[in-house]
Design a protein around this ligand. Structure first.
Ligand code: ZN
Length: 382
């Protein structure tokens, strides 16, 4: 890890490096902004740099050496000065006052936590997911308090990162507030959150606020091609879905986007057949609704929407049209030419409405059927 391994966020990187080089590090930071834009990545890199044994001055600030013992420990999130706190499942018989947060956990739970931490160290954009873990409990914060009152085990600056700090319970937040109110010179507490409004104002007001903005589509596309080794066309398609979040883009990698897009276009093609379309539509829908996965249906509709927009763009500007599905230019051209004069505006609205309905839990089959019949009216006039 190095600053340049963090996607975008140039303004934030400058602020943090300046704070380090000018020795003006606050006691509390709050990194906020939507999920998957690199808040944890920034916090972990900051913690690594302030603990590096021989950091180098660079044109833009300061960089960790990446080879000293401290850097190696920081890379693995195993540094004694760096505490990374996140939501944990409750132990077997609840949460006793004196227990450490992992005291009552099963071996399986502990193994899972270790695996998740390793994934996080390999990819700081990884979203830690542990079943039944949606709260940062008092025991975790008590652990933080204990460690900040002990003297440092290693030279450097101690950094406590509370990831997704809005998941602190009220009790935990109150305990954390006390820690914030008693600052120590060599300790920095960093909160990261995508739900800034959910944090108590008393905590927020004691931290320096650092807004981490959404990433650009270009930044995400470049990151996907360089890190995930996928083709530019696919990366562009995925980044247009990711809405500025690299973590979300990575989730889409797991889905087979090309296959899904093919299914979306195929469904549209079947719906627009002149004859005997009913049976085909129904069998397609049966397959789709059989999966009962709203996220998947929504994604397919998003792909259909993007396809429709491309066809519209092509209908307007022909070969010079800026389209997203650039690997499908020929098919889009054929579609646009088959339905000259179609009201794409109405078709796009219909797909958008279907997406809204899926999100509002309207029955999948009904939503899809309504959409396809509307599309027949729009494109075929029947
Ligand atoms: Zn180092």
């Amino acid at each position: 890890m190095a600053w340049n391994s963090i996607i975008g966020q140039h303004r934030v990187k400058t602020i943090l490096q300046r704070a380090i080089t000018e020795h003006k590090i606050p006691h509390g930071y709050c990194f906020w902004g939507m999920e998957g834009v690199g808040k944890d990545a920034l916090a972990l890199e900051f913690a690594k740099v302030v603990n590096c044994n021989s950091p180098g001055e660079t044109e833009t600030g300061i960089e960790a050496c990446d080879i000293c013992k401290s850097c190696k420990q920081a890379d693995k999130i195993e540094h004694p000065n760096i505490k990374f706190v996140f939501s944990l499942p409750a132990g077997k018989s609840g949460d006793s006052r004196d227990d450490s947060p992992i005291f009552r956990m099963s071996d399986d739970q502990i193994k899972l936590i270790q695996e998740q931490l390793q994934l996080k160290s390999e990819n700081p954009y990884h979203n830690i997911t542990i079943p039944n873990a949606s709260q940062i409990r008092i025991s975790s914060i008590r652990d933080v308090k204990k460690s900040v009152t002990m003297s440092a085990q290693q030279e450097g600056r101690r950094v406590v990162i509370i990831s997704e700090a809005d998941e602190m319970t009220t009790e935990a937040a109150n305990a954390f507030l006390k820690t914030l109110e008693e600052p120590h010179d060599d300790i920095t507490l960093i909160l990261t959150t995508a739900r800034h409004d959910s944090l108590p104002q008393t905590i927020v007001s004691r931290c320096q606020q650092i807004y981490c903005e959404a990433l650009t589509d270009d930044d995400i596309t470049t990151a996907l091609t360089e890190r995930m080794n996928i083709y530019t066309e696919e990366a562009r398609l995925i980044s247009s879905f990711a809405q500025g979040s690299y973590a979300r883009a990575c989730e889409f990698l797991d889905e087979d986007m090309r296959r899904m897009r093919h299914e979306a276009v195929d469904l549209l093609r079947v719906a627009l057949k002149k004859n005997s379309y009913r049976m085909d539509i129904l069998s397609h829908l049966e397959k789709l609704t059989g999966e009962k996965d709203r996220m998947k249906v929504e994604m397919m509709l998003m792909l259909m929407l993007m396809w429709m927009r491309d066809c519209h763009a092509f209908a307007v500007a022909q070969d010079s049209a800026p389209i997203i599905n650039i690997d499908q230019r020929e098919t889009i051209k054929r579609f646009a030419n088959a339905f000259v004069g179609a009201d794409y505006g109405a078709a796009i609205t219909a797909v958008e409405e279907a997406i809204m309905h899926i999100r509002r839990n309207v029955q999948i089959q009904l939503t899809m059927l309504t959409l396809l019949i509307t599309c027949r009216k729009i494109f075929l006039g029947i």
